[in-house]
Write a protein of this length. Structure first.
Length: 309
């Protein structure tokens, strides 16, 4: 007797996948309502693309001096092929702004990654275990929070500079100092989330099934606390851009001749009266970048906030 072949029916989409798709669409819909967040995201993407593609934009050497045209004064924008003019040393300002964006954004990215890693681990352990572990970790966090961040950064960078020389204040040192001191707000945020999540039914079920603590922390609890961490990390990028600029402006950040927006502002101080554009352009870059990141962070916070559902 011949049998009729039954056409294969694709398995239905899992309920978890349906919920994830619905939630993702809802988050995007809420984020899209925040017009300034959309504008901020576009601006940040544009700045990142320009910084990444800098070697392919046929810009001038950011450290080359235009000796043929520069005769002791910065060239005005548009003169001798310099679109934004030159700085106080005759170097092309546009090239230095673009390569300065690379430095400022790289410092911000790696410092925030370090900050989020340290803060998330400490906050997760404190919130999950509680008791004396939570007490001592949070008291240590309070000690770091009680010290003003900027003066502490200045003291540490000055110690590094005095122990060797200012040339030692490179990219890696600035990242480690900023990232190693900026984690306490992240730790307190993650701890608060874990204190609530560890009382949920799914956490109790994971314990009953014999899962180890590390698996419960990083596999079950951390994904449910990722939304506030993303928002905090986004806002911290803007803070680190400002911190790096301040340190470089005061001479304890990225050292010349490497271009960063902060040391460009510091170098422009002596020529403000005769060449204001030397300070205006890097200042605008810092202002626009920080505003764009803050607006995007506000949009993410509204989109990911469970109270907005």
């Amino acid at each position: 007797m011949a049998t009729t072949a039954v056409p294969a029916v694709p398995p239905p989409l899992a309920a978890d996948d349906d919920e994830f798709q619905i939630e993702r669409n809802a988050v995007w819909k809420r984020f899209r309502r925040h017009r300034l967040a959309i504008v901020g995201g576009v601006v940040i993407i544009a700045i990142c693309l320009i910084a990444i593609l800098a070697p392919f934009l046929h810009l001038q050497d950011p450290n080359a001096i235009d000796q043929a045209n520069w005769v002791g004064n910065p060239l005005a924008p548009g003169v001798a092929g310099h679109i934004l003019g030159t700085d106080e040393n005759g170097r092309d300002l546009l090239a230095r702004l673009v390569y300065g964006a690379q430095i400022s954004l790289q410092v911000a990215l790696f410092a925030v990654l370090m900050e989020l890693t340290i803060g998330t681990v400490i906050g997760a352990i404190a919130g999950y275990y509680g008791g004396w572990v939570d007490y001592w970790l949070m008291r240590t966090t309070d000690v770091f929070l009680s010290i003003p961040l900027l003066p502490l950064l200045l003291v540490l960078t000055a110690i590094v500079a005095a122990s060797s020389n200012k040339a030692a204040l490179g990219f890696g040192v600035i990242v480690v100092i900023i990232g190693g001191l900026s984690w306490p707000p992240v730790a307190r945020l993650v701890r608060a989330s874990f204190l609530s999540l560890r009382e949920k039914e799914f956490c109790e079920a994971a314990k009953a099934l014999g899962n180890r603590d590390l698996r419960i922390i990083f596999r079950h609890l951390l994904p449910n606390a990722i939304a506030p961490i993303i928002v905090q990390g986004t806002l911290e990028v803007a803070n680190v851009v400002l911190l790096e600029s301040v340190l470089s402006f005061l001479g304890f950040g990225i050292q010349p001749p490497t271009a960063s927006w902060g040391n460009m502002l510091a170098n422009a101080e002596s020529t403000m009266a005769i060449a204001p554009w030397v300070a205006i352009f890097p200042g605008l870059c810092i202002l626009i970048t920080v505003l764009a990141i803050n607006y995007m962070g506000d949009g993410l916070r509204d989109a990911l906030d469970p109270k907005m559902k």
